[in-house]
Design a protein around this ligand. Structure first.
Ligand code: NAD
Length: 330
């Protein structure tokens, strides 16, 4: 179990999700060391935290040998480092595999040496294109091990296996969270994921480009809910894996229509070729999180989208080009 006020090392803390985790931990009174290479994250994501005396930023690639790491405090280790958008991990295939493998091993070593609790941010992508619906933690998945997404999916599957191996062999206190699609402020407008794509397109008056037929489903969790779920798991004594996501399932086309309506744009919805191995259905079974953690999402889609659209409207310069952004339904 984790005690109040202790130190937490958040690896990948300058990313979208990690920056919200750092912020919440500081608000709860923890001290936070944010470790990040900034390969897909940004110092801007944590710039508002730098004045907080409990916050420290360390720029580091966690695939570097542990012997080259600076001294880090001996608290919990939350490992969120990995390119996460399909656009990023296709651009960075080897880096994605390395951070899932070597980065995870280094992070586990750090936690293990300090006797600290370790949390892995895994993903619903370990289920691949699922043959079971909704996906519960007992489902083993249907992943193409050599397709373009395999660098991410298999890196996370390996990271889960390694985490459980440290637990079984070395007694490391671990938790594995399988995070489903999360959206919210601080996503990058061009990162290729569904919500930032559609919102950016709608705000700039461009066509909303739906990949494939748009009948494929997703379930989207607002970032504040995901952070609450992750921290509830971290503060519990569960090992997991535990699904963290929103079970409200909707089609990609419906999502595009919803964003179109909320932004008030008259941009059309157009269709582009679907991505290889794009999962047809994605919806978490969160019975375990509900019963064992007492957690479930509280922010409904419309409210989450409103907050996200408001943030994008304030933070992004409307694009002049109506060129379609590729999206592959994440
Ligand atoms: P992100 O790309 O915004 O954040 C990842 C962070 O990790 C970035 O700041 C990046 O610079 C850092 N990083 C990557 N490689 C690193 C390395 N070698 N050393 C140090 N830092 C490194 O992505 P995100 O959406 O915030 O995702 C965070 C984590 O949550 C990822 O592990 C991702 O797999 C997982 N996840 C996210 C979602 C989602 O919908 N956002 C869903 C499932 C799982």
């Amino acid at each position: 179990m984790v005690s109040e006020g202790e130190h937490v090392v958040v690896i990948g803390g300058a990313g979208f999700l990690g920056s919200h985790v750092c912020e919440r931990l500081l608000r709860y009174g923890y001290r936070v060391t944010c470790v990040d290479s900034l390969i897909t994250g940004s110092a801007d994501n944590v710039s508002q935290l730098r004045h907080d005396r409990g916050f420290r930023f360390v720029e580091l690639d966690v695939t570097r040998p542990l012997s080259e790491w600076p001294e880090l405090p001996g608290g919990s280790v939350l490992h969120l480092a990995s390119p996460a958008s399909p656009k990023d991990y296709r651009r960075l295939p080897v880096e994605t595999l390395r951070v899932g493998a070597i980065g995870t091993e280094n992070a586990l070593e750090l936690a293990s040496r300090h006797g600290a609790r370790f949390l892995l941010a895994s993903t619903s992508e370990v289920y691949g294109d699922p043959a079971e619906h909704p996906q519960s933690e007992s489902y083993w998945g249907n992943v193409n091990p050599v397709g373009p997404r395999s660098v991410y999916d298999e890196a996370k599957r390996y990271a889960e296996a390694l985490t459980l191996a440290y637990h079984r062999e070395r007694g490391t206190d671990v938790a594995v969270a399988r995070i489903f699609n999360t959206y919210g402020p601080r996503m990058r407008s061009g990162d290729g994921r569904l919500v930032p794509n559609f919102v950016t397109q709608a705000l700039s008056g461009a066509a909303l480009t739906v990949a494939g037929t748009g009948t494929q489903t997703r379930s989207l969790c607002y970032v504040d809910d995901t952070v609450s779920g992750l921290l509830a798991l971290w503060r519990s004594d569960l090992t997991g894996p535990v699904n963290i996501g929103n079970p409200h399932e909707l089609s990609v086309r419906h999502l595009a229509e919803e964003i179109r309506a909320l932004t008030g744009t008259d941009s059309p919805i157009t269709f582009i070729p679907g991505a290889v191995d794009d999962p047809r259905r994605r919806c978490p079974d969160i019975t375990l999180a509900r019963t064992a953690l007492g957690w479930e999402p509280e922010i409904d889609l419309r409210e989450g989208l409103r907050r996200t659209i408001a943030w994008f409207a304030r933070h992004t310069v409307p694009a002049v080009s109506a060129a379609p952004l590729a999206n592959d339904s994440r």
